[in-house]
Design a protein around this ligand. Structure first.
Ligand SMILES: O=C(O)/C=C/C(=O)CC(=O)CC(=O)O
Ligand SMILES: [Ca+2]
Ligand SMILES: [Mg+2]
Length: 367
């Protein structure tokens, strides 16, 4: 079952007229945790206070919820609320937002498109997980409409982007802070769980502005996430793929943090791509190690995303700029229409599963 006892993602919900609070998804219902577990930490309108409690509390709480859901009828009858009665909110207060660039296939494709006369991979790419700081305040929950951004599309031209794109990504949510001046400790001590991310991107704004400081307004206008945060414990882990050259000591992998997750990209109701997470080059423990290797501290609520997930096949690409090769090879939809970049009214839905467990969906419609 996609939302069974082995899944149990956390979110923030409210019923009409009630204050938002923390719940866990079970089947097509939400378990009201403040009521079911008599713990005030779940009465907060965000997951941050619970996430700050740390790894042992996360593990014990999950075990308790599993036990109550499987044995305690009074809990299940009184505190499970049908999903159609609730509104889902942004599940945590986003502290900092960082976006990496961990897919070899995505980085190679983008290199070919943006820098056709150079080597597709820049010389640093295999030595560290390249990333940039995004904009935490514009991370929005699934369902939030996306306004087409305006910006400088080329020298002397300001106007609405004509190359509005998506990026199918996985996001990692930090629960436990780290100390300023020291690298973070073990991945599972800091990272609470994962969420699906659509990092909307305006490719015309991006390609004019990005030299030499990186993406700025082409990416900061909105980033959508799933209302559900899946705990690390619920995710099937697999070995990461081979890396050449061997990374420096501080970037060596801490264990098997490859994740067996497949994403689906839906455009106006049809699947246009299935990006495979196992094809990612840099693993999330390496992202965390790199992010804090200079002593930068983590805060509860930090979000770091993997970067666009693209596999080697065309139908595995996680962005429209790759799927349509920057507009030169339009995507043919079953409806008979074609697409290069997004048009007003288009709806994009990302869905993902990990060994049958749903990670939920991220939906956005362009306005
Ligand atoms: O290579 C570049 O110039 C920029 C590439 C990106 O679009 C960066 C990005 O958002 C990272 C990602 O999603 O993989
Ligand atoms: Ca991105
Ligand atoms: Mg963004």
């Amino acid at each position: 079952m996609s939302w069974g006892l082995d899944n149990l993602p956390y979110g923030v919900f409210s019923r009409r007229g009630e204050a938002p609070r923390v719940g866990v998804r079970y089947g097509d219902q939400v378990l009201d945790l403040a009521a079911a577990l008599h713990d005030e930490v779940f009465a907060a309108p965000s997951l941050n206070p619970f996430m700050a409690r740390g790894h042992t509390a996360w593990h014990d709480t999950r075990a308790l919820i599993q036990e109550k859901l499987s044995t305690d009828r009074s809990v299940t009858d009184a505190h499970l609320i049908p999903l159609e009665q609730v509104r889902l909110h942004l599940p945590f207060e986003v502290a900092d937002y960082v976006d990496f660039y961990c897919s070899l296939d995505h980085a190679s494709n983008i290199g070919r498109i943006f820098r056709p006369d150079a080597e597709p991979l820049l010389p640093n790419w295999r030595h560290l997980p390249v990333g940039y700081h995004g904009r935490a305040g514009t991370v929005v929950v699934s369902g939030t409409p996306i306004r087409r951004p305006s910006g400088q599309l080329r020298a002397g031209v300001f106007g609405p982007s004509t190359k509005l794109d998506i990026e199918a990504e996985l996001g990692f949510v930090v629960g436990v802070p780290s100390e300023l001046g020291s690298p973070a400790g073990a991945f599972e001590e800091h990272v609470f769980g994962v969420t699906l991310v659509n990092d909307w991107s305006a490719r015309d704004i991006q390609s004019f502005e990005y030299v030499p400081l990186g993406p700025f307004l082409g990416k900061s206008f909105a980033t959508s996430i799933s209302p559900w945060i899946t705990p690390l414990e619920a995710l099937p882990r697999i070995p990461g793929r081979p890396q050449e050259p061997e990374p420096l000591g501080h970037l060596r992998r801490q264990g098997d943090w490859g994740l067996d997750i497949t994403v689906e990209v839906w455009l106006n109701g049809e699947i246009v791509s299935r990006p495979p997470y196992p094809s990612m080059y840099w693993t999330p423990d390496q992202m965390l190690a790199h992010l804090t290797s200079n002593g930068a501290s983590l805060r509860t609520g930090d979000l770091f995303a993997s970067g666009t997930i693209s596999g080697p096949q065309r139908e595995e690409r996680g962005s429209l700029i790759e799927l349509s090769w920057n507009g030169g090879d339009p995507i043919k939809l079953a409806s008979g229409e074609t697409r290069t970049f997004l048009e007003d009214g288009d709806t994009v839905t990302l869905r993902a599963t990990a060994a049958g467990r749903s990670l939920g969906e991220v939906v956005g419609t362009v306005r």
